[in-house]
Design a protein around this ligand. Sequence first.
Ligand code: URA
Length: 441
Amino acid sequence: MKSEKVSKLCDSIKNSQPMDKNILSKFIAAVATRDVEISAAESWLKAVHKYGISPQDTIALTNQMMNSGSVLTWKENSHLVVDKHSTGGVGDKMSLMLAPALAACGLKVPMLAGRGLGHTGGTIDKLESIPGFNCDLSPQQMQSIVQEIGCCIAAQNDSIAPADGLLYAIRDVTNTIDSIPLITASIISKKAAEGLHSLVLDVKCGTAAFMKTEQDATELAKSMVAVANGLGIKCKAQITAMDNPIGSHIGNSLEVIESIDVLKGKGHLDTRNLVILQGSALLLMSGVVGSSTEGEALIGQVLDDGSALTKFHEMCLQQGVNDEIAHQLCQDPLSVLPLSGQKIDIISQHSGYVNSIDSMALAEIARKHGAGRFSIEDTIIPEVGFIIKKHIGEKIESGQCWMEFYHSRQPTDDEIKQLSRSITVSKDIIDKQSRLIVVVD
Ligand code: URA
């Protein structure tokens, strides 16, 4: 594509005028086929980042990006096709439980997920700690697995919204990641390509989230909801607190262990409650239940009666895990999942009630031990992570272990110091706050 055409788009953006939709469509098609000068794409991204674009242009851009690759179509019961997207948190393992739980309720979940980059882990890295689990599915494979069992979780690839792959890579090197229209188009184009009827967005907000303030999280949530609605998808955003880690386990293998516990009707309530919150919203939006209370009860039921775990087992089999491993995984996850043999107990220096746990400090140290990536080529070490033994609001004594650190090498004195300081203990009983801050719809 000629760079002059892209310059025309940039001029419109600078002058706050609508982009020519014909040129926009050709530009995005050229990005998808890599038939565009990188410098022209950089200029366009910088213009969008600097000047912003209107909600209408964001819808048009997202639509073009969605159509730059395969779009799944669902002939029967398309109103039952749903998904969730989270902007990423520490210990955020919801997808592993939500997809099978919703499938157990009769919904269809063709979930695309990412690998982790930054301080938060990726769903795909977590699943890949299961021996044999294959996340590289074609759109046809996704469709047939979902038709057969109701859910799958696949890695984003260049069959779906390929324009996003190049734009995201250029955004990374041009410092244009933090643009609301670009984030919106990137996330919603991939979700829309799943052929969704309903989408729940979990927009994290707090010290360990991409969006630090409620105001920024709300702005992103409103943009994503408006664009999803503009593409005909029912959408709701739940803004949730991301200061303290979610649940009890953090790290790739460890988060699978906690998820299986929750799928058995056990596990940490913080995690279970988030699954119920997101799941009930989708059940209500797709018309399977008539109220949130009914939705909450139904998700609780499939977690408690084993049907969500059965779906998880079926998903493992469909995605390449052999019979014996899948069976053992669901019975006794530790017998098949890697967990580091090197463990250090982190001890409380104070007595009182756990007031806060600094997720960011935990995530950064786990990342240095291989639980996350610094660059896309880095290999994940699945056996690294934390098990939190004392949670927000719980009573703790000085000298008691509040967290186990499963590490890949001997932690430095500085790392141990940082981990010890990552908990605050209060003399007074703490009021436990709900994760949900506000719903945007
Ligand atoms: N995740 C995405 O897929 N795209 C963004 O722009 C940000 C997060």
